[in-house]
Write a protein that binds this ligand. Structure first.
Ligand SMILES: [Zn+2]
Length: 159
C-alpha cells in the first residue's frame, strides 16, 4: 500500500480529529505535497464541521422522536377525517367568500366605489368580526352535518 493510499484512508479520521499525533503528522506531511489528499481533507473538514454544528444545534433528547410520533398520529387522524376536513374547508372558504362579498356590497352601497379604495379601520374590523362569526356559524353547521352523518353510520368523528 502506497503512502497515498494509506493517508487517503486516514483523511476522514484526520478531519474528525481522532488520529494519534504520529498519524496526524503523517497526514499533514503527505497532504503538504499531495494536492488530491489536500482537497479530500478539506472536504472532510467541511463535513466534520457540519456534523459538529448539527450536534450542537441538536434538539433535546426525545423531542425528535416525540414530534415524529405526533406527526404520524396526526397524519393517521387526517386520513380518517379527510372527507370531513374537505367539507369543513369548503364551508369555511364559502363563508369567508360570502363575508368578503357582503363587505364589498356594503362598502359600495354605503360610500360608492371610492369607498373601496379607502376602507376604514372600522369597516375592516366589522368585516373581520362578521366573517369570523360566519366562519364559526359554518363550523357549527358543519359539526352538526358531520355528527348527523356519523350517526347514520359514517366514519367521521370530530374528537
Ligand atoms: Zn495523496
Amino acid at each position: 500500500m502506497s503512502e497515498h493510499e494509506t493517508v487517503s484512508a486516514l483523511l476522514s479520521l484526520a478531519a474528525a480529529g481522532v488520529l494519534s499525533p504520529d498519524e496526524e503528522r503523517r497526514v499533514q506531511a503527505h497532504v503538504h505535497h499531495c494536492a488530491d489528499c489536500g482537497r479530500e481533507l478539506a472536504v472532510w473538514r467541511l463535513v466534520a464541521a457540519e456534523v459538529s454544528r448539527a450536534k450542537t444545534e441538536a434538539v433535546p433528547d426525545g423531542l425528535l422522536e416525540r414530534t415524529l410520533q405526533r406527526l404520524t398520529h396526526v397524519e393517521g387522524l387526517r386520513q380518517e377525517s379527510r372527507t370531513g376536513d374537505a367539507i369543513l374547508a369548503f364551508l369555511m372558504l364559502f363563508s369567508w367568500t360570502v363575508g368578503a362579498v357582503t363587505w364589498l356590497a356594503f362598502r359600495l352601497f354605503a360610500g360608492g366605489p371610492s369607498a373601496l379604495a379607502s376602507p376604514t379601520l372600522r369597516g375592516t374590523l366589522m368585516w373581520i368580526a362578521v366573517s369570523t362569526l360566519l366562519a364559526w356559524l359554518t363550523a357549527g353547521a358543519a359539526a352538526v352535518v358531520l355528527s348527523f352523518r356519523a350517526r347514520k353510520g359514517g366514519t367521521y368523528e370530530l374528537t
